[in-house]
Design a binder for this molecule. Structure first.
Ligand code: MRU
Length: 352
């Protein structure tokens, strides 16, 4: 899997990405050296998924200062900070974005004494490290999480958490891929994930390419499927996990967690530790992105609601910790009490 196409990649001085808004009907690859193209791609969800957004920001920040001429460090600082700010303003919820920006900032200021070209090289290396580490983290999440998947399991997932949303492999989908590679016969029920249909368009596409049994459902079917006994566990990704385990993820995740609790079905969150916000005590503090009404009144560009209707479009919701069975990270599986056990992971994280 390692050498095949990735959703975002660095190739001979250029950033390349799959335009995810065009999938699955068209596979469009975009190559660019212009960081503004990345800013636009993140805002429009051409590049999406918390880890992928973080990786893209790393390369984007490098591209933003790559063509800086001269050796005036004060001017360079101004350009660097303005590029970082532009990335920080693209999407507010996925903490991986801010985590990646912080990493790039740290490298920038620690190496400000170097010649400008050497400083640029350091930034590119950091972006490559963010990408490489994400791929390793996803692989490990897959191995850690696959232990929780019984043979012949019916698994319900939401949104897209696969190789498209990450450096490679995926988080929740990485677990599904690993369980499948281990020979487990699994069935994956995929929520379509309105409004932008990441489940129907992207997750089904990924799973079917791997030959995994894939059943697409609309978002309002999940509780009934649970009642029918078709779902053995729910696995979703995360855009930001607070210190108490409260988890922001694609809108609709909270509904699934409530239904899973009611039906006594394990509800797992899978994410790298880069999705944990170690500065945020609870999910109440997580900023929730609101998106435009066009995404609700239209489906794939076709209007479906009357002109003038009011809309409300939060892109994420927060699942409270008491509905979550476990959080699967590259460092291990975190069980409740999350307040205590996420702190422990934080201590381990310091040495990484
Ligand atoms: O709005 P999106 O498509 O970027 O939302 C993505 C999700 O909610 C994913 O579940 C999350 O980012 C984890 S991706 C590994």
């Amino acid at each position: 899997m390692g050498s095949r196409l990735r959703s975002i990649d660095w190739d001979e001085g250029k950033f390349r990405f799959i335009d995810q808004t065009k999938l699955p009907l068209e596979l469009v690859l975009v190559e660019t050296e212009d960081y503004k193209v990345l800013i636009d791609a993140i805002k429009k969800l051409k590049i999406r998924g918390a880890p992928a957004i973080g990786i893209a920001a790393g390369f984007g920040i490098y591209l933003g200062i790559k063509n800086f001429n001269g050796d005036d460090k004060e001017k360079l600082k101004v350009v660097f900070e303005s590029v970082c700010d532009e990335f920080a303003r693209t999407r507010p919820t996925a903490v991986n974005l801010f985590w990646a920006i912080d990493r790039m900032r740290k490298v920038f200021y620690e190496n400000l004494h170097l010649e400008v070209n050497n400083l640029k090289d350091k930034l590119l290396n950091e972006a490559l490290s963010i990408q490489r580490e994400d791929i390793q983290m996803c692989r490990q999440i897959g191995l850690n999480g696959a232990k929780l998947i019984p043979d012949e399991a019916g698994i319900l997932t939401h949104c897209n958490t696969g190789w498209l949303a990450t450096g490679d492999y995926g988080t929740a989908l990485g677990i599904i891929y690993t369980a499948f590679e281990q020979g487990k016969k699994i069935k994956v029920y995929v929520d379509e994930t309105r409004p932008l249909l990441q489940g129907a368009r992207l997750t089904t596409w990924e799973l079917m390419q791997r030959g995994i049994e894939t059943i697409l459902i609309t978002d309002n079917m999940s509780a009934y499927l649970m009642k029918l006994g078709k779902i053995d566990c729910v696995i979703v990704g995360a855009d930001r996990v607070a210190l108490n385990g409260d988890t922001a993820n694609k809108i609709g995740t909270y509904n699934l967690a409530i239904s899973a609790k009611y039906h006594n079905i394990p509800f797992y969150v899978a994410c790298p530790t880069s999705s944990i916000d170690f500065n945020m005590k609870s999910g109440d503090e997580i900023p929730i992105e609101e998106r435009g009404s066009d995404e609700i009144v239209e489906i794939m560009g076709k209007r479906i609601a009357p002109e003038g209707v009011k809309t409300f479009s939060p892109a994420f919701d927060v699942t409270p910790n008491h509905l979550i069975t476990a959080i699967i990270t590259e460092l291990g599986i975190i069980y409740p009490p999350f307040e205590e056990n996420i702190q422990k992971i934080k201590e381990e994280n310091k040495s990484h």
